[in-house]
Design a protein around this ligand. Structure first.
Ligand SMILES: Cc1ncc(COP(=O)(O)O)c(C=O)c1O
Length: 425
């Protein structure tokens, strides 16, 4: 029976019982960190071999370039081939960067601010009176922070399980101040959803008032499946080219959660014109990225099938963790009408929605028991979830026993906060 249909005295009885459990947990003095989506040690160990000397032998790329020295701004050919296969673009449509795709995104937006997008007749964005930016929600806190700090006005648009509300976006882009949007097309952070081809086509083809409208498409989880293989999806750059808007999108990705976060390879893709624009400015910014790391990655992962084989090993470690979370949520909360949660096929997160007005209280309550979750609100622009409902769960890092204990505690906190909210009404 759903909690909302229970009498007040019945709710109070359950509350007393849940508080008893809560106090028992509190007395255990636990300290669990469930905040960030990092790979666990077992996952990191999958790539240890990459550090062996055999993957660097000769220090020369297939085009005979010495990787220990300066040069080759856009990346050595084998690294370009590897990353272009992963991201579904041509080798002339990509630049291999340093160890962080987020850094490439930040740089891209700062470049737009300082120099503009290279679109004829358009000013640098810093010269515009106002920049508005579309943020599908719930989304990635670091994306939102970049565009917030650059002074953009952030507009939240809800995700609908297969991408954002396109009717709303098509309305918003009639405003010339709306210059672009974030998107995480596959296994989105945190909802895990995969944008449908139909929505990708609409994003690629919609009419925008701003001539220099840009989509920063962060394909961070493109091969991060949990079961049989990556979801098939229309490539955003391909869709933009087909729609006659090839310059609309910059596509990003990295091997952060394939090999080593912070020591992986990143890449940025775009139309040939966009790549040329990018290289013009990149050429001022740096002489080249870390080609030793490029060589090591290209030789270790090999090609697309090598990446997929490697990701299967990650999936084997991660699937039991995602299943454990789902199982506990089902056991504890199914049918109570107080929590919904996602069942992602890939990515790094499970996204939960409490009753309105409960998320911050749940996170605070869990903290009292020594379990840290990502602060409620983090998945929204300005860290403000208007309904105070969404919490991001990151099951990858903790050992499974810790994860299970943390989720049991979460369930107790969800029950307590939901009942307290219902009793208030
Ligand atoms: C959607 C998304 N993009 C980018 C990143 C960071 O990527 P990188 O390590 O390549 O900077 C993350 C990390 O959690 C992420 O979730």
């Amino acid at each position: 029976m759903e909690y909302k249909d229970l009498a007040k005295n019945e709710l109070k009885e359950i509350l007393a019982e849940e508080y008893r459990k809560f106090n028992d947990y509190k007395n255990l003095g636990l300290s669990y960190d469930m905040t960030r989506g990092k790979p666990c040690k077992l996952q990191l160990d999958l790539s240890n071999e990459m550090e062996s000397e055999k993957f660097l032998q000769g220090f020369h790329s297939i085009s005979d370039q010495e990787v220990r020295n300066y040069g080759v701004l856009d990346g050595i050919p084998e690294a370009k081939k590897l990353m272009s296969e992963m991201l579904g673009v041509g080798t002339d449509e990509l630049v291999v960067g340093g160890s962080s795709s987020l850094n490439l995104m930040y740089d891209m937006l700062v470049r737009f601010m300082l120099f503009g997008t290279g679109t004829e007749g358009c000013k640098p964005w810093s010269k515009e009176e106002k920049i508005k930016w579309i943020c599908p929600v719930p989304g990635y806190d670091r994306h939102f922070l970049i565009t917030e700090k650059l002074g953009f006005e952030l507009i939240a648009v809800p995700l609908q399980g297969d991408g954002p509300d396109m009717d709303r976006i098509e309305e918003l882009v009639k405003d010339a101040n709306v210059k672009g949007m974030w998107m995480i097309p596959k296994y989105s952070n945190p909802t895990g959803e995969v944008y449908s081809d139909e929505k990708i086509r609409r994003l690629a083809s919609m009419k925008t008032a701003a001539k220099d409208f840009r989509i920063l498409c962060d394909d961070a989880y493109t091969v991060h499946f949990l079961k049989n293989g990556p979801a098939k999806q229309l490539n955003m750059l391909e869709a933009c080219k087909e729609a006659g808007n090839p310059e609309r999108v910059f596509l990003f990705g990295s091997t952060s959660k394939i090999t080593f976060p912070g020591s992986g390879l990143s890449a940025v893709c775009g139309s040939e014109k966009n790549v040329k624009y990018l290289l013009t400015y990149l050429n001022i910014q740096t002489i080249c990225y870390d080609k030793i790391n490029q060589l090591r990655h290209a030789r270790f992962l090999g090609d697309y099938s090598g990446i997929i084989a490697h990701m299967k090993k990650h999936a084997k470690i991660l699937l039991p963790k995602f299943e454990a979370v789902d199982k506990i949520l089902n056991e504890e909360l199914n049918g109570l009408g107080i929590l919904t949660w996602t069942k992602p096929e890939g990515g790094y997160f499970i996204s939960i929605d409490t009753l309105p007005g409960c998320a911050a209280a749940v996170v605070a309550k869990a903290k009292e028991c020594g379990v840290k979750f990502t602060p409620a609100g983090s998945t929204f622009p300005y860290k403000k979830d208007p309904d105070d409902r969404n919490i991001r769960i990151a099951p990858t890092l903790p050992p499974i026993q810790e994860l299970e204990a943390a989720i049991r505690i979460l369930c107790v906190c969800v029950k307590i906060c939901s009942i307290e909210k219902l009793l208030e009404a």
